[in-house]
Design a binder for this molecule. Sequence first.
Ligand code: SF4
Ligand code: SF4
Length: 90
Amino acid sequence: MTKGPIQPILYPMEGAAGKTGDWRTFYPVVNPDLCIKCNICWKYCPDHAISPADREKDEVISYDYNYCKGCGICAEECPKDAITMVPQGE
Ligand code: SF4
Ligand code: SF4
């Protein structure tokens, strides 16, 4: 079996725009019963606001709401519709 290229592991951190969480009008919530831990949402998040699911520990993804700006890309890309965008304040 050949190995693929080494991939970077990205974690939430403050970017050029600072903490972007207060831009948000919707926030994402993951349903752990639907999540298959594929980490597609983590790969697509433009703000690196998602920590990847750990299959070995049977843990689903988690969000850093300091940096999530509520764009909804993670919910769009999730193949299992496991992410719901909820209006801020609910
Ligand atoms: S894309 Fe969906 S199923 Fe995959 S890890 Fe994210 S929430 Fe879970
Ligand atoms: S809503 Fe946008 S910024 Fe927030 S976690 Fe999903 S993809 Fe990242």
